[in-house]
Structures are given as structure tokens and as C-alpha cells.
Design a protein around this ligand. Sequence first.
Ligand code: DGY
Length: 327
Amino acid sequence: MSPSAPHRPAVLVARQVFPDTVDRLRQHFDVEAYADSALIGREELVRRLQGKAGVFVAASEPIDAVLLDACPSLKAVCSMAVGYNNIDVAACTARGVLVTNAPGVLTETTADFGFALMMATARRITESERFLRRGEWTHWSYDLMAGQDIHGATLGVLGMGRIGQAIARRGALGFGMKVIYHNRSRLSEAEEAAIGARWLTLPELMAQADHLVIVVPYSAATHHLVGREQLALMKPTATLTNVARGGVVDDAALAEALKAGQLAAAGLDVFEGEPRVHPALLEVPNVVLTPHIASASLATRRAMAELAADNLIAALTGGQPLTPLNP
Ligand code: DGY
């Protein structure tokens, strides 16, 4: 480096992402981009973070106090995911490390998928396709793959943040559903009125929903929020869809409840300990399984990556990060 050359912070892009996002970061930083399609391991992450001022991550790279202490040059952790349960924000804040996530840009895409997964679950779409592909379809029958109606049914939303509200709007305005919800804090009266949503306790929500959609963030407080006791309250005709995080639902209890007919079906995009899927869930036919793709439209994934890059650039060049998480 010549004496007059401006200092370029070094950053790590800790996972594969759009090449042009990496190119944009290269305009500002010395970028090391992890090129393997597999997730980066912890040791490798610590090793590559030595001397780095910033890191670009998503929902899977754990950033905790031990890692932060092993990587003292780190000043900014910018994630392209909205969920940030993989990042210990308090530990980052205590060490002066800025953290950002990517809220807003994936709301509608995730709500589209949550609604689609709920419909696929209620109307047994993937189960029907498997049946047809196995060559088992011999004739039209009055009850062949008969499922549950969506229109006019009661939509239960667990977690009424941006995505929950977007799902509720789809149900109320598009499908004439009655909307009930449970959330730590209630919406304002005006917000409730706009979608006709009614706040209930969690047991009331579990008991009254025809279709329960889970969109609550994962934390110690929401770990197994939906477990054996809550599942036992559901109607045997009800469905459960999870597009939040795996640990919110006790997957073993869910598999048992499905086997026992305590609910009609489940749609799961997220799993405890993913990409591992609880083996009992693979054995039940009335469950639709997808690999954590609720935000996966190309346009939205690009917007998420660009927001994380904007945040990283702002954080390390004296700008104002757009979506900081530190208090
Ligand atoms: C998110 O942004 O949190 C999605 O779950 C993708 O990881």
C-alpha cells in the first residue's frame, strides 16, 4: 500500500451470495469471500475473521461471545436475514460491535410463501402429487385427498409482526378469513380494525384456529412455545404452518400429534436443528416439508443481500446503517 492510499477495511463474506453484491463490497473493502457452497464451520469462520473489520452473514452463522473474543478486530456484523437468533446482539453491543439484520424487504415474499404453504397443507397438494406419481390414482372419488377449506375459515396468526400482518391481510382481504392472533403486544385498535383481527391468549388461539400460521421470532422466550400441551388444544381438523424458526415448535411433539390425529396436517419450512429434519416428521404423510425457502424469490433474496451490503458499507465507512439492531 502506498503511503497516501486510503485505508480499506478488510471484510469477510462468510457465505456464497450474488457475485455482484460481492463486487459492490470490493469497491469499498478488501473482501475475502467464502466460496464453498457448504456452510462455513466455526473454526474456519474464526480463522478467516482474523484482522477483519466486518462480516456478511445470514441466518446460520453463529456469532456469540466466544467468537467475538476470538476476533477482536470485528466492528460490524451484517446479516441478510431478518431473523437474528444466530447472533448474540447483547454480546456484540458489549464489545462495541454493530449488528444489522434485513427487515422489511422480505415481508411480502415470506407472507406469500406462508400462505401458499398453509394452502398446500390444508388442500393436501404435495401428498396428492406423491400419490399420483406413485401411480396409485385409479378413479375420481368423492373423498379422494379431501382436505380443509381456506376461504371463510379462521386464520390464527402466532406472532403479529410485519410478516404476520401481511399473512393476516391475505387471509382477511383475499379469502374472507376471520383473523385471530396472539402476540406479546397487541396491535393498535386501528390496526386490528383494518384486518378485523382479534387478540387471544395462546391457549385460545390454539383452540380456535382452523389454520395456525407461526411467524414469531425465535428466542429463549419462544423456545417450544408450541409443544405437546398447546398441540393438544388444536381442533382435529386444524392445520399448523411454521415459517418462523424450528425451535418455536417442538418437532417431536408435533410428529406425535400428527400421528395421533390431534390436528389434520402441518406445513413446515423450518426445523429444529435444520437442515436435519426430525425422522418422525419424515414418516407422517400429512406434512408438507420445504427447506427454509419462505423468502426465496430471486428479487427478494437480492434485496436482502443488497441491504446487508448497504449496512456493511455504511457501518465501516462512517455512514448510518439502515437497520441496526443494537439498542
Ligand atoms: C430470515 O430472513 O430470517 C429468513 O428466515 C431467512 O433466513
